[in-house]
Ligand binder design. Structure first.
Ligand code: NAD
Ligand code: ZN
Length: 356
């Protein structure tokens, strides 16, 4: 199979390229090497990985996309601006890269007759995860009030009775509820892919990744994930700064497992019905709190213990943990890297970009 991997020079994309190459597939990397993702640092290079070609271009560039799609069997779409960004002024750039970019790519695939797509989705489309009230059952708490956050009340409460809620695992059927610009663009990408599949008889799968971590993760920028911020602090000899009270629950999934999920999904596409789009949660299945993650990293690194600061970011949700059973049951994927071993490796693994 020849696969066009957009964002193939990025954190997850570079692991996908390696996974495809080691599975005997050909990969074409298509990446604009965005400064927000790569800074001044040298991006990951596929030099020496057999069967890999690199195209440096933007997914919004119709001609470059058309040229790169020639002879391609499937597309693995990872290119996107990630993270919360600095402020709302970043919104046009997020929408441009993520949604206009996806539309241009899909239009190019429609023209070229490429019918198979695996795309990077995200758990952020769910907003706050699943909650149960002891009295009202399943509820959907709205965004947390600034006054609550300022007062250190971080747990969302039942919208009906104000009781504390028990967080649960989100399934793919949960209604979407994007809470920030990035989340809105990731949801729009999926809607575009579904429309493309219906219109062209294409087959599309979105892997909704949970918090991905592992070697090659970008260093601390406003766009980086929390594991990378902690890891970078430890590398500077500083304590990881844990926001809220550290009790936020997430699912940390290793980047090699995410790459393997992409390879499995790409191979499974040809057995799927034309005209369909399906989403799969992609997590380890083992929720942990941000505080636990910080402690695991600090102890593996041998650095100072984490400090809980009580700070918060407005677009953040309190808990979100996925039920990834569907991906295991339907596609036979199984995560191999367990939390403690993965964090131990990550504590000393190389990050991408910056000076330290
Ligand atoms: N890292 C995570 O925890 C996580 C979680 C959920 C979803 N995702 C999704 O996974 C995908 C990959 O993310 P990542 O963590 O590897 O980020 P990354 O920033 O390391 O990689 C993204 C790559 O896409 C490229 N890119 C961005 N816009 C582009 C454009 N317009 N044209 C061409 N290339 C462009 C960047 O240069 C970069 O190399 C993204 O779609 C992201 O939304 C990541
Ligand atoms: Zn209630």
């Amino acid at each position: 199979m020849r696969v066009l991997v957009t964002g193939g020079a990025g954190f997850i994309g570079s692991h996908i390229v390696r996974a495809l190459a080691s599975g005997g597939h050909e990969a074409v990397i298509f990446d604009a090497l965005l400064p927000t993702a790569h800074g001044g640092a040298k991006p990951w290079s596929a030099d020496g990985v057999p069967g890999v070609r690199t195209v440096i271009a933007d997914v919004r560039d119709r001609e470059a996309v058309a040229a790169a799609l020639s002879g391609v069997d499937a597309v693995c779409h990872q290119a996107a601006m990630v993270g919360l960004g600095k402020d709302f002024a970043d919104a046009p750039e997020y929408v441009g890269c993520n949604d206009l970019g996806t539309a241009v790519l899909l239009a190019g695939m429609a023209d070229a007759g490429v019918r198979d797509l695996v795309m990077a989705g995200s758990m952020v489309v769910y907003g706050e995860g699943r909650y149960d009230c002891p009295r009202h059952g399943r509820v959907r708490p709205g965004p947390r009030a600034v006054s609550d956050l300022d007062a250190g009340r971080f747990e969302p409460r039942c919208p009906d009775c104000g009781a504390e809620l028990a967080p649960g695992l989100v399934t793919e059927e949960a209604a979407a509820d994007p809470r920030n610009v990035y989340a809105a663009t990731k949801l729009a990408q999926e809607h575009l892919a579904a429309s493309w599949a219906r219109a062209t008889g294409g087959r599309a799968v979105s892997l909704r990744y949970h918090n991905v971590y592992g070697p090659g993760m970008p260093r601390d920028t406003p766009y980086a994930g929390v594991a990378s911020l902690f890891r970078s602090a430890l590398a500077r000899g500083e304590a990881p700064r844990v926001f809220e009270d550290g009790g936020q629950r997430r699912d940390f999934v290793h980047v090699r497992d995410v790459a393997a999920a992409n390879a499995v999904a790409l191979t499974a596409l040809r057995e799927r019905r034309p005209g369909t789009f399906d989403a799969y949660n992609t997590g380890s299945g083992q929720p942990h709190t941000i505080g636990e993650m910080a402690r695991a990293l600090a102890s593996a690194h041998g650095g100072p213990a984490p400090v809980v600061t009580g700070e918060y970011r407005l677009g953040d949700v309190r808990h979100v943990t996925a039920d990834s059973r569907r991906l295991r049951d339907e596609l036979g994927w199984k995560p191999e890297t367990e939390f403690v071993a993965g964090m131990r490796e990550f504590a000393t693994a190389a990050l991408r970009g910056g000076a330290s």
